[in-house]
Design a protein around this ligand. Structure first.
Ligand SMILES: [Zn+2]
Length: 116
């Protein structure tokens, strides 16, 4: 019974004969760590509004914008347990590193305290 919905709040419980989760079975998105998913959804979501970036499994830094753009790659790499490349490890906060650059687009990753 792995397909049971765990949450009841916020969902309209409509009785239909069609399952609502038809696409999730093979959806690689569910392999992405939930913290990474949340960071991609809102890069300032952490308490305090600190700017987040994504630490990849090989130690590189990826900006959240690239995480969003290349989400498919992140998801597939997570599913396939790639040790290199696109597999995200965890989100991190850039507190005061002024020279942190995204390994994909080369943009500087915003920091909390090192601006200006
Ligand atoms: Zn980037």
């Amino acid at each position: 019974m792995s397909g049971q919905l765990k949450t009841t709040e916020g969902r309209t419980m409509m009785r239909t004969c069609k399952p609502r989760y038809r696409d999730t079975r093979d959806c690689p998105q569910r392999y992405v760590p939930v913290e990474v998913r949340e960071a991609i959804r809102d890069k300032y979501a952490w308490p305090g509004g600190y700017p987040l970036y994504i630490v990849m499994s090989d130690g590189e830094a990826l900006c959240v914008d690239c995480g969003k753009k290349e989400y498919r790659q992140l998801a597939e790499a997570s599913r396939d347990k790639d040790s290199f490349g696109w597999r995200p490890a965890a989100p991190a906060i850039n507190y005061e590193e002024p020279d942190l650059y995204c390994c994909h687009c080369g943009e500087r990753i915003e920091s909390a305290y090192a601006e200006d």
